[in-house]
Design a protein around this ligand. Structure first.
Ligand code: CP
Length: 317
């Protein structure tokens, strides 16, 4: 990450990822306190600009900002002047005129967060742009893997499903391979991006071939809202070939982890009761999202605060 923005995982590199994961340990500890709040971003203001729906990313960023004592500016695109035709440029300049230190942006078009960096002085955090990138999802996934496995280096990770439309897949391939994991993409040809041959991954069209040899199965949601045409014959056939069905789950190594960024289509990419298995760490991914996003906000906005203060200082009003 530049000192100012977080747009992609590539901006961070392995050292930057490691630094944020180490910092996250402190914020996990803060989150477990009786009063899970520290005054390190008092006086800072963070605004949300979500042009696409979100539950996890938006709520965890809001929680993260509040736990750091930042003020938040809640902006709902669906009830804003965007509906009267206001452009992204005019919207962000309007928000900035009210005084913000960071803008967290989700947009359906790739590149919009980077474009915004040219229009405002505030820090810009990419909360998902089109098919392009979702860096904080990749960071919380790395943190979750490190929490459960101690190390990402050498892990064999299968990312399964709609790779083509997935910003999560792109950011996770970048993050997992930077941290030394061996990544295999598992998908039908129609759900792979044309340039996948240039990615630092193996590719297979058979989930059954890799199932017994992986440490992590990372399932992706079928993104029907981004598919302009039917790219699989039917959801039933997709599940038969690529779903983590009960019988495939039974063939996994008992220590293998199951991950999903959410929201899940139970019964499509994952059997309805598999998320309740102890091997599934989906809830931990969500929980870690708060502490990881605290790290990102702190790293961008808390430059004048010594991180050691986090250990010593609890919120005293
Ligand atoms: N994983 C994720 O980005 O979830 P939301 O769309 O709910 O934010």
């Amino acid at each position: 990450m530049s000192r100012q923005h977080l747009l992609t995982i590539d901006d961070l590199g392995a050292d930057g990822i490691e630094e944020l994961l180490d910092l996250t340990d402190s914020f996990v500890e803060v989150s477990e306190r009786r009063i899970p709040k520290v005054p390190v971003l008092r006086g800072k203001t963070v605004a949300w600009l979500f042009y696409e729906d979100s539950t996890r990313t938006r709520l965890s960023f809001e929680t993260a900002a509040r736990r750091l004592s930042a003020d938040t500016m809640n902006f709902s695109v669906s009830s804003s002047s965007v509906n009267k035709g206001e452009s992204v440029l005019d919207t962000v300049q309007t928000i900035e005129a009210m005084g913000v230190d960071a803008i967290v942006v989700r947009h359906g078009s790739a590149g919009v967060p980077r474009q915004i960096t040219g229009w405002v002085d505030a820090s810009v955090i990419n909360a998902g742009d089109g098919w392009h990138a979702h860096p904080t999802q990749a960071l919380l996934d790395c943190y979750t893997l490190r929490q459960h496995r101690g190390n990402i280096d050498g892990l064999r990770i299968a990312i399964v499903g709609d790779i083509k439309h997935s910003r999560v897949a792109r950011s996770n391939v970048a993050a997992f391979t930077a941290m030394g994991a061996d990544v295999t993409l598992v998908a039908p040809r129609t759900l792979l991006p044309p340039a996948v041959g240039l990615w630092p991954v193996e590719v297979t069209h058979s989930l059954d071939d890799v199932l017994a040899h992986v440490d992590v199965v990372y399932l992706l949601r079928m993104q029907l809202e981004r598919q302009a045409q039917a790219l699989v014959p039917s959801l039933r056939e997709y599940t038969a070939e690529y779903g983590l069905t009960a019988s495939r789950f039974a063939r996994l190594d008992p220590d293998a982890l199951i991950m999903h960024p959410g929201p899940m289509n139970r019964g499509v990419e994952i059997a309805a009761d598999v998320p309740e298995s102890p091997q599934a760490v989906v809830t931990n991914q969500v929980r870690n999202g708060v502490a990881v996003r605290m790290s990102v906000l702190f790293r961008l906005l808390g430059s004048e605060v010594d991180p050691r203060q986090l250990v010593e200082e609890s919120f005293s009003g």
